[in-house]
Design a binder for this molecule. Structure first.
Ligand code: DGY
Length: 323
């Protein structure tokens, strides 16, 4: 008998068909969002759950899914996994690293350029009919090329950002990470520095850490105060890594120059959020990995992860804490 699974996302047909070859599949399949009550109902008899990072896998949810054995998330981040609760139940949790590294790195570079050269702001300016031809310095931004870039977190995505910045934009790249990466230093000429040095010296500060107990609120008032007055702060990791209120104050009070943000404490961002009123911020709606090709590949990998974990083989994409 095939294992019963719940797929909580709309998937490309061939990916869904692949899961159906190996599992009996329940899907929500409607356009409107399902509510938590409906989710609990779907989970009551399944052994596999294909999901995304928006659903916390905590003991409350696990209590509603007594047969659950495998959770496959279609994301690299797995801060929504309550690892202790999953360990207690021997649940296997898988994710989708590697496949999105280049796509997320592209967005980081895009946010750096857009914030520094005010692309989004000036697009709005022209479309509002304000381009009269005598703007003078009004449209000036700051350079990206040959500036100092500081990357906090030198994981796989950090490496790809370093490569683009050093080789493509001739940036002087420094990084802070728990462990040094001599091979990255040698390959792209990047420098390992302390977090404090990075904050004080970088023109662009890119935060690229997974959200864990250690990285929660790692950037706040003190860190913004250490940055240069014209520094541009970029975050595409998770909103919880930053004290958002301190970032808002830093932007409002000119403590830093600007920010490019793809992730937020609350998503979707509430319509009255202060970020929406700030011209020195470029916002995107958590789309780090959101290209057709990358999302397709992530769906395929997450589907394989689900099937392989249910079959008891191939642990390649099991999150390291649950191995
Ligand atoms: C990820 O894969 O973690 C991206 O942030 C999308 O959730």
């Amino acid at each position: 008998m095939k294992p019963l699974v719940f797929v909580d996302r709309r998937l490309p047909l061939e990916v869904l068909q692949y899961i159906e070859e190996h599992c009996t599949v329940k899907t929500w399949g409607k356009d409107e969002e399902r509510n938590p009550e409906q989710l609990r109902h779907y989970l009551q008899d399944v052994v596999g759950f294909f999901n995304s990072s928006s659903v916390p896998i905590d003991s409350k949810l696990l209590d509603c899914a007594p047969n659950l054995k495998v959770v496959s998330t279609m994301s690299v981040g797995y801060n929504h996994f309550d690892l202790d609760a999953m360990k207690r139940r021997n649940i296997i949790g898988t994710h989708t690293p590697y496949v999105l590294d280049d796509t997320v790195a592209d967005l980081v570079i895009g946010l750096m350029l857009s914030t520094a050269r005010r692309i989004a702001e000036l697009d709005t300016y022209i479309k509002a009919g304000n381009w009269k031809g005598n703007e003078g310095k009004k449209l000036f931004g700051v350079d990206v090329h040959h500036q100092k870039l500081g990357i906090i977190g030198m994981g796989r995505i950090g490496e790809v950002i370093a490569k683009r910045a050093a080789l493509g934009f001739d940036m002087d790249v420094m990084y802070y990470n728990r462990s040094r990466k001599p091979e990255v230093e040698a390959q792209y000429g990047v420098t390992y520095v302390s977090m404090q040095h990075l904050l004080e010296q970088a023109d662009f500060v890119v935060l690229m850490l997974p959200l864990t107990a250690e990285s929660r609120n790692i950037i706040g008032q003190e860190q913004f105060a250490s940055m240069k007055k014209n520094a541009i702060f970029i975050n595409t990791s998770r909103g919880g890594t930053v004290v958002e209120q301190h970032l808002i104050e830093a932007l409002q009070q000119g403590i830093i120059g600007g920010a490019g943000l793809d992730v937020f404490e609350q998503e979707p961002l509430p319509s009255d959020h202060p970020f929406l009123t700030l011209s020195n911020v470029v916002l995107t709606p958590h789309i780090g990995s959101a290209t057709e090709a990358t999302r397709y590949n992530m769906a395929k990998i997450a589907a394989q992860n689900l099937v392989h974990a249910l079959q008891g083989n191939d642990k390649a994409y099991v999150v390291k804490e649950l191995l």
